[in-house]
Design a protein around this ligand. Structure first.
Ligand SMILES: [Zn+2]
Length: 283
């Protein structure tokens, strides 16, 4: 079976969800974005891509995907109406609150499945904050990076090209409308410009996606294929679970040196995990 909507926390009754969370001690969270992807892909492309992989990961770990909401940090797409963005502080606060509630439910391992480059710095900061306050260990899976790395020829690291088209095909094929394509920006110029922002050593910070693609997108969506997209989504989910398992085997349980053994922060009003996280973020 391709997707697993039955793994969505909000679709379950509370007793069922509570049992799964307590039994596995593990939860999955999907992080995406709502932003323009030309005329052929939906605004929610990144959110759907993350959700699709997250459900497959949750199925493999026999647990649930907790909702974070579809919006991510994407201010550089706001020149295109319909795009939405959270400030990093808002997203970080939401991540921390959802993780706190999961910790309260007995979860000690969280897999954050991300599909959006603009979220990465915020997720990392939020995870570090959460881990200081709760007895949880968070692993972050950059699934757009994984997909491209596993299939560098097929899965282009462009914007709204073959990789993202495949991701939507693996989520809901009817959302891809190649007949509604608007003009693509130049592929080589887009790759060169995008490459500057992806440099690991000295790099600029993206302000406006026009600097990469004047028409909003570039790439070759026509290279994506529905059957292949499904195979790739499954392989990426396998990879995430394999790598997360390696990490858990190497690092052991979060509780061994987790927040439970640390003194409460001085400004914390209570030892309860939920309120402790709340006060921390208000600083
Ligand atoms: Zn995207």
């Amino acid at each position: 079976m391709p997707r697993h909507p039955d793994r969505q926390l909000e679709r379950l009754s509370q007793p069922v969800a509570a049992r799964m969370l307590a039994a596995t001690g593990t939860a999955v969270i999907a992080a995406g974005s709502v932003e323009q992807h030309g005329g052929h892909l939906p605004l929610g492309t990144d959110a759907f891509a993350a959700q699709s992989i997250a459900e497959r990961v949750a199925f493999r770990l026999d647990t649930v995907v907790a909702p974070l909401g579809p919006v991510g940090v994407a201010p550089y797409h706001l020149p295109w109406p319909g795009s939405l963005s959270l400030s990093p502080a808002t997203m970080s606060a939401v991540v921390a609150d959802v993780c706190a509630a999961l910790s309260h439910a007995g979860v000690s391992r969280i897999v954050l499945v991300n599909w959006h480059e603009g979220n990465s710095a915020t997720l990392r900061l939020a995870a570090a904050e959460v881990q200081q306050r709760h007895r949880v260990q968070i692993v972050i899976a950059e699934t757009h990076v994984i997909t491209h790395s596993m299939y560098p020829e097929e899965m282009e690291f462009t914007h709204a090209g073959s990789m993202e088209t495949a991701a939507v095909l693996a989520y809901e094929p009817g959302l891809v409308r190649l007949d509604r394509r608007i003009e693509a920006s130049n592929l080589a110029a887009g790759e060169t410009a995008h490459g500057l922002f992806r440099r690991p050593d000295v790099y600029p910070v993206l302000q406006d996606f026009h600097d990469i693609a004047p028409t909003g997108w570039y790439g070759r969506p026509e290279l994506a294929d529905e059957t292949r997209a499904e195979e790739i989504a499954e392989a990426v989910a396998d990879h995430v679970v394999r790598r997360a398992s390696e990490i858990w085997a190497a690092l052991g349980d979060a509780g061994q040196h987790g927040a439970a053994e640390k003194p409460e922060p001085p400004d914390s009003p209570a030892a309860d995990g939920l309120s402790a996280a709340g006060s921390g973020l208000q600083r």
